[in-house]
Design a protein around this ligand. Sequence first.
Ligand SMILES: Cc1cc2nc3c(=O)[nH]c(=O)nc-3n(C[C@H](O)[C@H](O)[C@H](O)COP(=O)(O)O)c2cc1C
Length: 172
Amino acid sequence: MLLDLLSKRRSIRQFTAAPLGSEHIDHLKEIAIRVPTSRGLNPWQFNFVTQSDLISKLAQAKPHAAAFLNQCPLAVVISADTCRSDVWIEDSSIAAICLQLAATELDLASCWVQIRLRPHDETTTASDYVSSLLNLDEHHQVVAIIGIGHPAEEKQPHLKQDLPWNHIVDFT
Ligand SMILES: Cc1cc2nc3c(=O)[nH]c(=O)nc-3n(C[C@H](O)[C@H](O)[C@H](O)COP(=O)(O)O)c2cc1C
């Protein structure tokens, strides 16, 4: 059930050193490109990174809340061609959450690293920093990096009674 999967998914930032099997990586690649996009334009690109030297550079993309990537055996960098579609952010975000749910289904753990609109330092955006690391095409903006691996911490699902029910408006 999707509800079970959504409940099980938590942001995990501690990972074991175990690498991901190629069958898991292939599965996640297929998930990424099966998601729907507006008008079927597929403006995104998914860089699947397992090289540890590259992952440690990705972990420096922004000063805060990205360092945990150092522990991840897989980082999926989601970027999009901003000239190809006007809803590249939506398209990329749909792919990102689907990747997180697919990882959960495989008993893997994940966490989103926000890159879009975040600074790398005073002069460079995090998106430009990652783009130049990966040699991304012109017009590509990096939306997020999803760190994925085997969990080294456990988090319980949020309790049903603690969900933000006040954000549901009922006209039924
Ligand atoms: C759009 C978005 C951006 C996020 N950016 C980061 C981030 O840069 N670094 C990080 O460690 N967690 C990031 N997170 C994870 C959130 O902090 C996390 O989902 C939230 O605190 C709820 O916790 P949970 O995922 O365990 O339910 C992000 C999540 C989303 C949906």
